[in-house]
Design a protein around this ligand. Structure first.
Ligand code: NAP
Length: 224
């Protein structure tokens, strides 16, 4: 079987770690594996399938020889996708950077796999709630036109990334120890005020738009 040189941008993050888990679980045929992150994590050792890999700081030069680049580095996608494509890699991007770009196919493999053929170097996938919704809606859409979808989501703290998960753990530890929990992360970095998430539910994801839907809600509308 052909083996591919793979790079993971954001390898230290919540999604990057899932990429690694899936590569192992599915026995993905990789030859070289490059683990990329920001300067903060450069030098960190990640043991994967019995081998130690050193996390490298992502730069434009990181993608030489890479054939498949799995991107989960948030805003870093916009910065590094052009260099990765130029180096000959196919970028599969989990961030929102290219989702609404008409030049970039937005693909859920179980829904529109044929769209992959249109790629010009970058393939995007939708917001996680959108993907799950589409998995259920696609077979219904095949049977009949859909006029309206009413959606409620109950999303895990993991959707906020590794810092949000660390905050939840810390707050639980503090509460159990009888200390006042500190909130610095959720509901999102751009919010003026943060709320305790431990033993709580925050009924809002991301900022509100003028139409009073949040950015996360509008992602589900637009990406669908
Ligand atoms: N969490 C989810 O359920 C989920 C689902 C679907 C899509 N996404 C999307 O996937 C992306 C990653 O999300 P996440 O939850 O995995 O976030 P995360 O846990 O915060 O991880 C972010 C990763 O990106 C790296 N990074 C940040 N800035 C960088 C830079 N300038 N250059 C290189 N690497 C950089 C971080 O490296 P350091 O270790 O150096 O900080 C870390 O590895 C986001 O766009 C998110 O919206 C998330």
């Amino acid at each position: 079987m052909k083996k591919y040189n793979v790079a993971i941008l954001g390898a230290t993050g919540a999604v990057g770690q899932e990429f690694l888990r899936l590569i192992e679980e599915r026995n993905f045929p990789f030859a070289e594996l490059k683990l990329l992150a920001s300067k903060r994590s450069a030098g960190k050792i990640i043991n994967f399938m019995g081998k130690d890999y050193t996390v490298e700081e992502a730069t434009d030069a990181s993608f030489e020889g890479v054939q498949i680049a799995l991107f989960a580095g948030g805003a870093a996608s916009k910065q590094f996708a052009p260099a990765a494509v130029k180096a000959g890699a196919v970028v599969i991007d989990n961030s929102s950077a290219f989702r609404m770009d008409p030049e970039v196919p937005l693909v859920v493999p179980e829904v529109n796999p044929e769209a992959i053929k249109e790629h010009k170097g970058i393939i995007a996938n939708p917001n996680c709630s959108t993907i799950i919704m589409m998995m259920a809606v696609k077979p219904l859409r095949d049977l009949s036109k859909i006029k309206r979808i009413v959606v409620s989501t109950y999303q895990a703290v993991s959707g906020g990334g590794k810092e949000a998960m660390a905050e939840l753990e810390q707050q639980v530890d503090d509460i159990v120890a009888g200390k006042e929990p500190v909130a610095n992360i959720l509901p999102g970095a751009k919010f003026p005020k943060h709320y305790q998430i431990a033993f709580n539910l925050i009924p809002q994801i991301d900022v509100f738009y003028d139409n009073l839907y949040t950015k996360e809600e509008m992602k589900m509308v637009n990406e669908t």
